[in-house]
Design a protein. Sequence first.
Length: 82
Amino acid sequence: MCLAIPARIESLTTPGNAIVNLGGVRKEISLALVDEAAVGDYVIVHVGYALQKLDEEEALRTLQAFAEMGALDELREELDAS
């Protein structure tokens, strides 16, 4: 299953890359497809790329829905395995 999820940018690393928090798991992703992303912004992440910025309210609402479905636990396991 392909899934794009909201993630908060925690730090900028090399130009065009960032460390994000994906439901408690920290991963480095590419920001090549998103203009002007900054620390604290939420982005939609799919296969290691930020696809677009997302406002915080929508990001938190989506993460809450994933948590209620138990999807975040499965996602954390998949991310930890990769």
